[in-house]
Design a protein around this ligand. Sequence first.
Ligand code: MN
Length: 191
Amino acid sequence: MAFELPPLPYMYTALEPHVSARTLEFHHGKHHQAYVNNLNNLVPGTAFENTTLETIIKEAEGGVFNNAAQVWNHTFYFESLSASPQAEPTGKLAEALRKQYGSLDGFKEGFSKAAATLFGSGWAWLVVKPDGTLDIVQESNAGNPLRKGLKPILTCDVWEHAYYLDYQNRRPDYIQAFWKIIDWKVISSRF
Ligand code: MN
């Protein structure tokens, strides 16, 4: 069964001015789609036919891993964004962030630093560790924390294709804009 590109849960114009329609047209319509197409070309004849993305992410190597992880990572990222986001986390996540990082702002500062200082292409993640505590991790290229037994609840795509049309080399400006469109309702529900 072929993998499919999930439609965005909003219009390409929905996240403006923070992320432009042009960026989303390329990011979802071209890049995300290309990872889906590549994966569908690579999987037939391998042990990963008829498995899930999660299984591939945990077990595969090389191109199959890279494209499967990029499909999953982008879906997870796009689903976290909204034109009318809930501005703050609620419930258990709000409590856990406060306990671990002092405040929501304290967490955002640490996460933003991880996203800004990640060298080259990759993803910054907020994850839940097996002991239930939170951690901020950097992953290069297609890296996904599921591979290390961690549960992702938030990610920021810092590949240049995520921001270059809107922010050029100003990755920190993109990260500041990212916080304005993060839907904490979605993030809180993942914890
Ligand atoms: Mn991307």
